[in-house]
Design a protein around this ligand. Structure first.
Ligand code: 16G
Ligand code: MG
Length: 541
């Protein structure tokens, strides 16, 4: 870089002092206590600009959020031009830049990027950025803006957004005024696209009953309010609960998709909510609305035995079953497959394998997304409710040229086309997934019980184990087996063999300093024994 640019960067960086802590760009980007992130955000502004320059000035995205994590945390992640996660090769690049200790080290790290990726400094970078409702977000956005300005980037302020909305904006900007236009590159454009697709997908079908939505007191509340302005209430009746984004301390606190999935119970205080009633479908979003889980009650909320979770595996099963039926009815010769992780309940995998090809990848959206892109139609969901359905160019072409001969085939083709419009193609999107589920349930004439009847989840348990050094835990086979510490996997296998339908695996967390243990078995009692037994083996290892 020329000396003028370098001195601008050094001057700007003086206002963004780097703390001692070492940060790593991981599955969720950078994520930690918000108080540690100012310099990281300044620097990711610089890297975002360089990434855009490396891609010839295509728009890249920066999102400030810590998703389901507690309110005092925050984070930032980068979005590539097609709305996908940052290319893996750039992750260590981000880590290097974030950890440079002096202005000289920072310049050296930046210059190394320019050289390695043959970046032409004549290209004007373009970056769109958004943020969630955390109190720390605006100041961190200010740091990003400083980084972008230091490299003279064209800045597109997205404002308060869900993570999937930011992904949408990136793709919409890069396809604007082309044949492949994904939609208007504005927040309103996002609502218009979803609303039109939902109306088309549910045309002529019974309107859904009111859906109670737990918004995690996060940005999803705002997005749902935005969406409902574009839809008649009769077509999408929503009851928004936990939608307080103003009161400090409420975000993800006793509510949200992560709470409901990990605790396997209703959000706190739901027993006192008048709108919470048996046999009605409900759902929870997470703090940045890229995850969703559903659930319903079969009796009073006060008894936890009446709570039934419809998680990411159930969403995948609903979608894969329905979409593969539509493909067959529409007489299309395209292959639909499903992608899960080791956390998928064994009962869901057994159900899916009877219907479609199923693959398993390591945890983290980018792994599932890449695998799903190998199918003509790829359904992917993590059990925790992260996921979407990808329609490949091949599938779209087949859908476009199909000439259905029967009324049934015509109807199936139309439904498939509408769902392909409705489902966010860039990343898992709680709001788009919610609409997809409602559209499928309406087409099936199903309530939550009928949906749940597909299979019965095996009892399962997730434990966290604190270990001195989690990096000694190394996995293979999509994280289903350990290769290190030596001998531990054999001990786990021996324990698992003692329990009917037993399955357990151990992996180091990518987002927290701990090791996670998953176990499932035919009975709740056995599951408990298996999980605690494996956790004890991990502690001794
Ligand atoms: C991140 C991932 C999520 C995964 C989780 C696992 C993305 C956008 N998010 O939040 O998909 O389930 O990490 O966390 O990829 P863990 O490694 O701590 O278990
Ligand atoms: Mg999230």
């Amino acid at each position: 870089m020329d000396s003028h640019r370098q001195s601008v960067i050094v001057q700007a960086s003086a206002a963004h002092h780097k703390p001692e802590a070492r940060l790593v760009y991981g599955t969720a980007g950078f994520r930690t206590k918000a108080t540690l992130l100012d310099s990281t955000c300044f620097r990711i502004g610089l890297i975002g600009a360089l990434r855009s320059m490396a891609l010839g000035g295509q728009v890249v995205g920066l999102m400030v959020t810590a998703s389901h994590n507690p309110e005092p945390d925050n984070g930032v992640k980068m979005v590539d031009p097609h709305g996908e996660m940052l290319e893996a090769a750039w992750e260590p690049v981000c880590t290097d830049v974030a950890n440079a200790r002096t202005p000289d080290e920072l310049l050296a790290a930046l210059n190394a990027i320019v050289q390695r990726f043959h970046i032409s400094l004549d290209v004007r970078p373009r970056v769109v950025y958004g943020w969630d409702t955390r109190p720390s977000s605006p100041a961190l956005v200010g740091a990003i803006v400083d980084g972008l300005q230091a490299l003279n980037a064209e800045m597109i302020e997205g404002g308060l957004l869900t993570t999937p909305q930011l992904h949408y904006l990136v793709l919409a900007h890069n396809t604007a005024n082309t044949q492949d236009s994904y939609g208007k590159p504005t927040e309103t454009g996002y609502y218009e696209k979803l609303a039109a697709a939902f109306l088309a997908a549910t045309d002529g079908l019974p309107a859904p009953p009111p859906l109670v939505v737990d918004c995690a007191n996060g940005v999803g509340a705002r997005a749902l309010q935005g969406l409902t302005k574009h839809l008649p209430e009769a077509r999408l009746p929503l009851v928004l609960l936990r939608s307080d984004t103003e009161t400090q301390g409420r975000l993800n606190n006793g509510c949200g998709a992560d709470f409901v999935k990990t605790q396997q119970r209703l959000p706190d205080g739901y027993a006192n909510e008048e709108r919470v009633r048996p046999n009605e479908l409900m759902c929870s979003l997470d703090g940045d609305a890229d995850r969703i889980v559903f659930y319903y009650l079969t009796g009073p909320a006060s008894d936890v035995a009446n709570f039934h979770l419809l998680d990411g595996d159930k969403i995948a099963s609903l979608a894969a079953d329905y979409l593969s039926e539509l493909v067959a009815k529409a007489q299309l010769d395209i292959k639909l497959g499903c992608v899960q992780t080791a956390y998928a309940n064994g009962a869901s995998t057994a159900y899916l394998e009877q219907r479609v090809p199923v693959s398993c990848t390591p945890t983290g959206v980018k792994h599932l997304h890449h695998e799903a892109a190998k199918y003509a139609i790829g359904v992917y969901f993590e059990a925790n409710g992260h996921g979407t359905v990808l329609f490949s160019p091949e599938a779209r072409a087949a859908m476009a040229r199909a000439q259905p001969t029967s009324d049934e085939a015509k109807d199936a083709l139309m439904r498939l086309r509408n769902l392909a419009e409705l489902i966010n193609q860039t990343v898992g999107d709680a709001i788009s997934d919610m609409l997809m589920v409602l559209a499928i349930l309406a087409a099936r004439r199903w309530g939550p019980k009928e949906w749940d009847a597909a299979y019965t989840d095996l009892p399962n348990k997730l434990l966290k184990v604190q270990v001195p050094d989690r990096t000694v835990f190394k996995t293979t086979d999509a994280e289903r087996k350990l290769t290190s510490p030596a001998g531990l996997q054999a001990q786990i296998d021996a324990l698992v063999a003692q329990f009917p339908q037993g399955r357990s695996f151990v992996r180091p967390s990518g987002t927290e300093d701990c090791v996670r243990v998953y176990a499932e078995a035919a009975s709740a009692e056995d599951t408990e024994k298996l999980a605690t037994g494996v956790a004890a083996l991990v502690e001794k290892a």
